[in-house]
Ligand binder design. Structure first.
Ligand SMILES: Nc1ncnc2c1ncn2[C@@H]1O[C@H](COP(=O)(O)OP(=O)(O)O)[C@@H](O)[C@H]1O
Ligand SMILES: [Mg+2]
Length: 333
């Protein structure tokens, strides 16, 4: 497997990708965003880093990728070196009010939650800032040594929602120009824009829809938000079973004698064997076409992860993807 990752690019070369304090993953639903985020967490933990893994998608279950029961808003160790938490905007609001305004709030936010729901639906970006604010707050706490994390890894929103999340501090700053809330947005914007701290990777697969969504997303990210972009991780790339010369050999096999010989040795209809080979070749060619289009449409490094033929979901998949990721991106350790 080859990689287009160019380690000598700009200021990024001064530090390794796992040296960022905040690493975010987005991508179209189903492409393997959570798997890649979990695999990255494993890679970082294996280097001795203390990881906070944040699941932003409320339907997700990242802890399951470590064969651990679901976790809540409070970071909980799910694997040696990896703590995980599930984002929850109401909990985030409660924590914010507690910390910033020193309001003693026990239990549910209650009437405040109703007011919050009202504001959140009236003003765009309120729920999103509670998500981004919490993420960046954990990073800041870790930089100031009040939280143990060496790296915060985020299974962020899918392509459709990630921009409004990343853009929320700016949207809120437009809304509230002075006072403590405005001051809070400033440092979040700065942290998200800092290439030594933050990096956003996009996960995709070599198929038509994920590739076109990725191309659109890169364009929107570049024009609408100031967040350093890392790699495009192309997941589920099929191995190349046969080269062009092999394909010629296969077409030459389509004679009655050869088909009979295949049937005799394989114990399977010769036509079926050739059809399977032809399907493998055309799937792989279609993937190559999408990869080529992606490569010429975006100027980010592409990193490839193989299709895993594993009928499993837990730690084993996370481990195998983590190994492939470490090989492709480097472990820097
Ligand atoms: N490289 C891969 N090869 C095969 N299956 C994969 C690969 N990466 C992820 N998967 C599987 O694809 C499914 C979707 O992955 P998931 O990480 O949950 O996607 P997302 O978070 O983007 O919705 C899961 O069943 C996962 O095990
Ligand atoms: Mg997911």
């Amino acid at each position: 497997m080859t990689t287009a990752h160019q380690p000598n690019q700009s200021s990024k070369s001064t530090s390794h990708w796992l040296d960022r304090r905040l690493v975010l993953f987005t991508g179209k639903g189903g492409v393997g965003k959570s798997t890649v985020a979990a695999a990255t967490a494993l890679l970082a933990a294996e280097q001795g880093k203390r990881v906070l893994l944040i699941d932003v998608d409320s339907t997700g279950n990242l802890a399951a990728l470590f064969e651990h029961p679901e976790v809540g808003f409070i970071p909980t160790e799910i694997y040696p070196g990896i703590s995980a938490m599930q984002m929850d905007t109401e909990d985030s609001l409660r924590e914010y009010l507690n910390l910033q305004l020193r309001l003693p709030l026990a239990g549910r936010v209650g009437p405040l939650a109703n007011a919050f729901d009202f504001i959140a639906s009236a003003a765009p970006g309120v729920k999103e800032i509670l998500t981004m604010g919490k993420i960046c707050w954990e990073v800041r706490e870790s930089l100031e040594k009040r939280a143990p994390w060496d790296i915060v890894i985020v299974d962020a929103a899918a392509t459709g929602h990630v921009i409004s999340q990343l853009d929320s501090p700016r949207a809120i700053r437009e809304l509230v120009k002075v006072g403590p809330v405005a001051n809070q947005t400033e440092w979040v914007i700065e942290m998200l824009a800092d290439p030594l701290i933050t990096e956003l990777h996009i996960v995709t697969t070599p198929e038509e829809m994920p590739v076109s969504e990725t191309i659109d997303l890169v364009k929107s990210l570049k024009t609408r938000v100031d967040v350093p972009l890392g790699n495009i991780i192309v997941n589920r790339v099929l191995p190349e079973p046969f080269n062009r010369a092999d394909a010629d050999i296969f077409s030459n096999l389509e004679t009655t004698n050869s088909l009979a010989a295949i049937e005799k040795t394989a114990g399977l209809g010769g036509k079926k064997v050739l059809a399977a080979a032809s399907l493998a070749v055309s799937l792989r060619r279609s993937q190559s076409k999408h990869i080529a289009y992606l490569r010429q449409s975006v100027d980010l490094p592409l990193v490839y992860l193989p299709y895993l033929f594993i009928r499993d979901h837990g730690l084993r998949v996370t481990r195998v993807v983590s190994e492939a990721l470490g090989y492709e991106m480097g472990t820097g350790g």
